[in-house]
Every structure is written in structure tokens, then in C-alpha cells.
Design a protein around this ligand. Sequence first.
Ligand code: CMP
Length: 138
Amino acid sequence: MERTLSIIKPDGVSRGLIGEVIKRLEENHIKVIAMKMIQMTPKQAQGFYAVHKDRPFFNSLTAFMTSGPVVVMVLEGKNVILKYRDLMGATNYKEAAEGTIRKDFATDIEKNIVHGSDATETAAFEIGYFFNSFEIMS
Ligand code: CMP
């Protein structure tokens, strides 16, 4: 069993896509074991995306991620990191496969509806960033 962090980004929340994302998770037998809605502060977003701090899109990304509420979830399942990344599609929606969340709904490389951890170590960091052990159903 593996865990990963999912974020429905401000564009996904404001466009009414929370239910659509969760429907796709459940249809694919991915379990939601923790969930909350938050609005990140600039410091929280900068800390979350610290690996990208030298990228040209860092300021714009953190401004976008703090622009409205997001839904953060912990997902659990067999190979869930890869499975959820396959459901999301490529970061750049123009390169995303048919039927993926980003292909169907993203409007921009930044406004790409969802985030998912990319590896076991990042998943552990990202889950711990938003949730304590009492908030995660096991
Ligand atoms: P995410 O999976 O949340 O990880 C980093 C985010 O940076 C990415 O999704 C995009 O929303 C955003 N981003 C903006 N521009 C780029 C870019 N050129 N390359 C990669 N990610 C980008």
C-alpha cells in the first residue's frame, strides 16, 4: 500500500470540479483517507513548492496557489503515486493523454486543476506538510 498527496487547486475548486475529481478517484478504486479545504498563506505555498524556488514560474505559482481555497487529500492504494499521476495527466495539459483530468479541464500549464506527489519521499513530505497522524484514517 502506498500513499500520496493530492491537491485540487484554486482553479479546480472555483470551477466546481471537486466532485468530478473525487468521482474519478473513486471510480479508479483510489481511497481518500484524509481531506480538508484550506487557503494557503504565501509562506505555506512557498514552503510546499520549495523545490521549485529557483524556477522562473515560482512567484506566479505560489501567488496562484494562494489565490483561493484548495482541497488537500491523502490518497491510498496499490501504486497510488503512479496511478494518480496517470489519472491527472501530464503537467502541461497540451501533452496530457485523452481522458485525463488535466486534458479534460486544465487551461494553462499553471492552472492545471490538480497536484499529485511524484515519488515516495515527496509524498511523505507533502502529506506531513498538511496533515498530522490523527487526521489520516488508516
Ligand atoms: P504541480 O504538479 O503542482 O507542480 C509544480 C507546478 O508548477 C505545476 O504543477 C504547474 O502548476 C506549475 N508550473 C507552472 N509553469 C510550469 C512549467 N513551465 N513547468 C512545470 N510546472 C509549471
